[in-house]
Design a protein around this ligand. Structure first.
Ligand code: SF4
Ligand code: SF4
Length: 68
């Protein structure tokens, strides 16, 4: 099992990771706002994360860490 950690200090809510995830478990969290004023990415189903790292590779701000 794997999980992602999103650094909300770097996430700018661009959504590129949302589109990059092949199992569709990332969304921009409407309930949270980062210090810079964005809705940050978060994982909706950690049990489904394959640890493929597509999201981390896609993130232009290197805000995602994948733990496997
Ligand atoms: S790609 Fe990076 S900056 Fe963009 S929403 Fe995802 S974590 Fe945030
Ligand atoms: S590591 Fe892969 S499966 Fe897990 S959230 Fe990122 S893109 Fe999705």
């Amino acid at each position: 099992m794997a999980r992602i950690i999103v650094d909300e200090g770097f996430c700018k809510g661009c959504g590129l990771c949302v589109d990059a995830c092949p199992v569709h478990i990332i969304e921009l969290d409407p309930a949270r706002i980062t210090p810079k004023g964005y809705h940050p990415a978060h994982c909706t189903d950690e049990g489904a994360c394959t640890g493929c790292t597509s999201c981390a590779l896609m993130c232009p701000d290197v805000a995602i860490t994948v733990e496997r």
